[in-house]
Design a protein around this ligand. Structure first.
Ligand code: ADP
Ligand code: FBP
Length: 315
């Protein structure tokens, strides 16, 4: 059972527009509603592929209750921790051109007791035999940046790998602490972490080695339309596929991480699956999770030891 922890879940509302006209009245041609937040999306993608996963999340107010009931409707087991604040709803505006505009709300403040209850829920899952923990997304107000380091410690105490997908100060704190099996930044998040722009494959490899040197086993760097790079102690690989016009890029990173977790082959095969799941996600509306019918691993090329001199834009 793979456990996900989403400290800041969201009821994701997506509106599709022919073209977004800022400052004007826009009329949507379609709307979509999904239980969202990064860990929740990972759980949904795993379950859609028959991989057992349970989502741990704080839940408050009507939107929190709706997330829990939508998860149940998707067949995803959840362990909601009741909180006093209202769970947020995030907005996606997707255009026919493939452009996606995202507006994320700050989310409900979590009290110290509520944070402790979330960690206790993860601990309970670990005691019950969880095989991996995915901690993902932003931290809501009231939660200190070091929160994910406590999840890393919980995993270590049970000998269970912890994978992390977050950004900014919480990512920096967790990487400095170490003890993670994998982090999945996108290239912008990795650039912010190391404090300089990343323009070549070599820049990303160096940044990934910097992260690994602080005690994280593997770094999976998603590169949007340019695929993804995986750096482990055994080497480095790039994977990508032919260009496509996205329907909605929301949840693509989460599906990428889910694909990596669901695959059990060698690193190159895991990366192929990860990229195939990410590509499948961008062809689905809103934050929809791909199913096996959506995923095309045969379209994805994998390259070991990618040339450090290549620009990321050329990939
Ligand atoms: N425009 C795109 N064209 C093709 N694939 C994409 C595109 N955007 C995302 N993807 C796929 O989804 C994965 C994750 O996207 P990315 O934007 O890097 O993650 P995040 O959502 O975490 O920022 C990429 O590695 C790629 O496989
Ligand atoms: O916690 P954050 O960083 O605000 O992100 C939350 C949003 O990210 C998502 O999980 C999508 O993430 P990705 O596009 O990175 O895969 C949405 O479902 C959610 O609205």
């Amino acid at each position: 059972m793979i456990i996900t922890l989403t400290p800041n879940p969201s009821l994701d509302r997506a509106l599709h527009l022919e073209r977004l006209e800022p400052g004007e009245v826009n009329r949507a041609t379609a709307t979509h509603l999904h239980p969202g937040g990064k860990g929740i999306n990972v759980s949904r993608a795993l379950v859609a592929h028959g991989v057992a996963s349970r989502a741990v999340l704080p839940s408050g107010g009507a939107d929190g209750a709706q997330i829990v009931s939508l998860l149940a409707a998707h067949g995803v087991d959840s362990r909601p921790v009741p909180v006093s604040g209202d769970t947020r709803s995030n907005i996606t505006l997707s255009e026919t051109s493939g452009a996606t505009t995202k507006i994320n709300a700050p989310g409900a403040v979590l009290t110290g007791e509520e944070q402790a209850a979330l960690l206790a829920a993860v601990d309970t899952e670990l005691r019950a035999g969880a095989t991996a923990v995915v901690a993902a997304g932003s931290l809501p107000a009231g939660v200190e940046d070091a929160f994910f380091t406590r999840v890393a410690d919980l995993g270590a105490a049970h000998g269970v790998p912890v994978l992390l997908d977050t950004s900014g100060a919480p990512l920096a704190a967790a990487v400095a602490h170490g003890g993670l099996a994998l982090v999945k930044p996108n290239d912008e998040e990795l650039a912010e972490l190391v404090g300089h722009a990343l323009t070549t494959v070599g820049d990303v490899l160096d940044a990934a080695h910097e992260v690994r040197a602080q005690g994280t086993d593997a770094v999976l760097v998603s590169l949007g339309a340019h695929g993804a790079l995986l750096v482990t102690g055994a080497g480095a690989w790039w994977a990508g596929g032919p260009s496509l016009v996205p329907v909605s890029t929301v949840g693509a990173g989460d599906s990428t991480l889910a694909g990596y977790l669901a695959a059990d082959g060698d690193p190159a095969d895991r990366l192929r699956r990860a990229v195939a799941w990410g590509r499948a996600a961008v062809l689905l509306p809103g934050s929809a999770a791909p199913t096996p019918d959506d995923v095309r691993p045969d379209e994805v090329a994998v390259l070991a030891d990618p040339d450090p001199a290549r620009s990321l834009e050329e990939l």
